[in-house]
Design a protein around this ligand. Structure first.
Ligand code: SF4
Length: 375
């Protein structure tokens, strides 16, 4: 049914880039529109990645614009909205930047068209990501064992939906599997058998079968996936983590954005010179307030021009974090941040049961952030 739109947002981060390649290779039957929302303040590596993806995908990545740049005195989205907010810098608690530059252009572009949005949250992550409040937009997570969003799962596994689920399993389950699966299906959700436990039990029993039953359920709802005649993702039982993501990027020729790669720094600890390594763990604006102190040091040393540009935004009492960048760039502060980072990573390595890699360090520092900007 052609009226359903399929979209995939490319943030400039590794996961959405890998998902775009994955979808184009594994699900060519789905006509995905790839899009990006530019803040005007990304790192050069991000723009390079998007250019490389354009050729690998064989399709132009569409730009969903947040402003009419020609008619804005500021000429780029971030500065336009910053002026609108009177110079008030965004922060984790007042994050107007994502709303204005990522979510609004996305929802304006989609309008009321039933839309399936593919999101690159990995199988080794424990977060939900952006779920649109608009009922015509349904999120799907192809890298996870559970490809469905929380709202779908909640309705599907609700105790009052049990008869429907049972009926579908009875129709679709292969012989020999039904009896054991029905034990889980017929057990109501309670304090002793939570929704998460029920979900995992059904997924572990047979992922593809679970997806088929959910698909049948969606046909009884207004969700966009339910309006499709077929949906190849329901045959998907792959779970992809960070190593698989890097492999997809490498194998495709797109490569890993340079800012993820660790660079050595030197730091003096108790009179001895030690070598640590730092990198940037996320895509997004070069001045993003989510970055860790060591990432600010990385920016200072690897992109001094951008660090100075970030400083120019700190005026009228506003700053990107509690510590002003003019203070952070003092050599003694840089050394102290490196020292703290070095000691912390050494401790993590010492506590780890197996050796830790630079991918593990990215996993650890990813933590906080915004799905629209960093996936
Ligand atoms: S990268 Fe950071 S500063 Fe930029 S839009 Fe996203 S949350 Fe805001």
């Amino acid at each position: 049914m052609s009226e359903i739109k399929h979209v995939l947002g490319i943030s400039g981060g590794k996961d959405s880039a890998a998902l775009a390649i994955y979808m184009s290779r594994k699900h060519p039957d789905i006509n995905v529109e790839y899009y990006t929302c530019d803040t005007g303040k990304e790192l050069t590596e991000t723009y390079d990645l998007i250019n490389k993806l354009n050729s690998v995908l064989g399709k132009n990545i569409r730009l969903y614009k947040s402003i009419d740049e020609l008619n804005s005195p500021e000429k780029n989205p971030f500065d336009h909205f910053l002026a609108m907010y009177g110079g008030y810098l965004p922060s984790a608690t007042a994050r107007w930047c994502t709303g204005k530059m990522k979510l609004e252009p996305f929802e304006n572009e989609i309008g009321n068209t039933p839309t399936i949005s593919y999101v690159g949250i990995r199988g080794d992550e424990n977060r939900e990501g952006y779920i649109s409040k608009k009922e015509n937009i349904q999120s799907i997570f192809p890298f996870r064992k559970n490809i469905w969003s929380e709202d779908v799962i909640k309705k599907f596994l609700a105790n009052n939906n049990m008869p429907f689920v049972k009926e579908q399993y009875e129709k679709l389950a292969p012989e020999g599997q039904l009896a054991i699966i029905l034990q889980y299906v017929e057990q109501p959700i309670s304090m002793r058998f939570t929704q998460k436990q029920k979900l995992n039990a059904l997924l572990d029993s047979n992922v593809k079968l679970f997806n088929k039953v959910v698909f049948e359920f969606l046909k009884t709802t207004d969700y966009p996936v339910g309006k499709l005649e077929s949906f190849s993702l329901i045959e998907n039982d792959e779970v992809l983590g960070i190593n698989e993501i890097f492999k997809i990027l490498d194998d495709s020729g797109v490569g890993i954005p340079a800012y993820y790669l660790p660079l050595e720094y030197e730091v003096e600890i108790n009179g001895e010179l030690k070598k640590g390594s730092y990198s940037r763990s996320r895509s997004g604006c070069f001045f993003c307030f989510y970055q860790q102190k060591i990432e600010w040091v990385w920016l200072l040393e690897q992109h001094p021009d951008l660090f100075e540009a970030a400083i120019t935004y700190e005026k009228d009492g506003y700053s990107w974090m509690e510590e002003h960048l003019e203070d952070l760039k003092r050599p003694e502060r840089v050394m102290a941040i490196k020292k703290e980072h070095y000691l912390r990573t050494q401790k993590t390595k010492a506590n780890a049961k197996t050796s830790t890699s630079w991918q593990d360090e990215i996993l650890e520092s990813e933590g906080e952030g915004c799905a629209s900007c960093f996936i």
